[in-house]
Design a protein around this ligand. Structure first.
Ligand SMILES: Cc1ncc(COP(=O)(O)O)c(C=O)c1O
Length: 401
């Protein structure tokens, strides 16, 4: 299978698993990563099997059960949790909303959120919504230019007896800064606060260990750094914290009905998973995770940082370019954001796409106050591709600057 070859860390073999590498330079994995061929095959095989054996036949249902079991096992190893702490969702946003709309809020509660407008909106709007709906106070912790904040300030707010929950992204979507999630975990524990993490930009690219972090909730998608299909996400919900959440949806599998017509929730994860799931997505995600697991997160991290560091070094040689990433390599992922002083980032992004280089434009200052070009390379990208990207940026500057 191709993921075994990937383990050998042979970039040419890895690139064969990602056909896009023959056609384009794809550096937009912070948004949506391509799937390896083995994942495409797993999804196709699953659908063919459903069609030939019958999707609700006992043989296919047994297969689905075994797939879910395997998927849970791999995920448990990946983030260090228990199988019943894994809930399959559609996306990160859905997982975060399970928390925001699932807790019973009191008006006096305080939510502590890093950055406010500077967070990804998926991890800002749900809390803002709660604060508008229930009158809960949303404490938006101020950040520095790289997105970091004063831990003492958080500790001070956390001390307030009304503080209830702390939330932040693990890795920032715009500049790749890695947040001090373990330190925040200690603060949350010290003051007995709930702790919710948006891990959309971390799982699959850096090590994530929920026990070490000490979080109650953590949400991430299958389709960014894990290279799985779209429409499937994972919500980690600590066993002890699951009773605190009222499920947003309820149906057949998630509850039982008593003789008095009382509804009693099932235990987690069934409590949060009603109705049929995206089983083709589950087949694909399992396959992508096998690929990631065989490569190993440490190898992925090394390969990604080689490309990111090369990019930063080469961009630094171009006059008029500003780079928005933390200086210290240990404090950033492979996301590299930059802009030019002469060409709008949206023009840079569209000109690059014309030349078959895919990156994205994102806010570098929240609320759309300042935008930047965001390159988010993954393990299938190479330093040669960085060279081509940088040459293209120089050409765009010459043409439009
Ligand atoms: C930090 C962060 N959180 C949440 C999301 C939204 O993810 P999803 O589409 O899985 O809901 C993104 C997407 O880019 C993100 O970068």
């Amino acid at each position: 299978m191709d993921y075994d070859k990937a383990k050998e860390n042979d970039i040419e073999l890895i690139r064969k698993d990602f056909p896009i590498t023959k056609k384009k330079i794809y550096m937009n994995c912070g948004s949506f990563a391509p799937t390896p061929l083995s994942t495409i095959k797993s999804i196709t095989d699953f659908l063919v099997r459903c069609s030939e054996e019958g999707p609700d036949s006992s043989s296919v249902q047994e297969y689905i059960t075994s797939l879910m079991k395997e998927l849970r096992k791999i995920l448990c190893r990946l983030i260090n949790c228990e199988p019943e702490e894994i809930i399959f969702t559609q996306s990160t946003t859905e997982g975060l909303n399970y928390v925001a709309s699932g807790l019973e809020w009191k008006k006096s509660d305080i939510i502590i959120a890093r950055g406010g407008l500077h967070e990804h909106y998926a991890n800002y709007f749900p809390w803002l919504n709660v604060s508008k709906k229930y009158g809960v106070k949303l404490e938006e912790v101020k950040i520095d230019k790289n997105g970091f904040f004063d831990l003492d300030k958080i500790d001070k707010i956390a001390k307030n007896k009304n503080s209830r929950l702390i939330t932040l992204s693990h890795v920032l979507y715009n500049n790749g800064a890695i947040m001090p999630v373990e330190e925040i975990g200690k603060i949350a524990k010290k003051h007995s606060l709930l702790y919710s993490i948006d891990a959309a930009q971390s799982v699959g690219t850096i090590n994530v260990n929920v026990r070490k972090i000490g979080c109650d909730f953590l949400a991430f998608p299958g389709f960014k750094w894990i290279c799985g299909p779209s429409g499937i996400g994972i919500f980690y919900c600590k066993k002890e914290s699951a009773p605190l959440l009222i499920p947003k949806y309820i149906g057949g599998e998630s509850a039982i009905i008593t003789e008095e017509k009382k509804l009693v929730y099932a235990d987690s994860p069934q409590k949060f998973q009603t109705g049929f799931r995206n089983y083709a997505g589950i087949a694909g995600l399992t396959s992508s995770l096998r690929y990631i697991q065989h490569m190993g997160i440490d190898t992925i991290r090394k390969m990604n940082m080689k490309v990111a560091n090369e990019m930063i070094e080469q961009l630094r040689t171009i006059p008029g370019i500003s780079i928005f990433v933390p200086e210290d390599e240990k404090l950033r992922s492979s996301i590299v954001s930059f802009d030019t002083d002469s060409v709008l980032s949206k023009v840079v992004v569209s000109r690059l796409e014309e030349n078959k280089i895919i990156v994205a434009e994102r806010d570098i200052v929240g609320g759309g106050k300042k935008k930047a070009v965001r390159a988010s390379p993954h393990f299938f990208n190479t330093p040669d591709e960085v060279f081509t990207l940088v040459q293209n940026i120089k050409n765009i500057q010459n043409m439009f600057g």
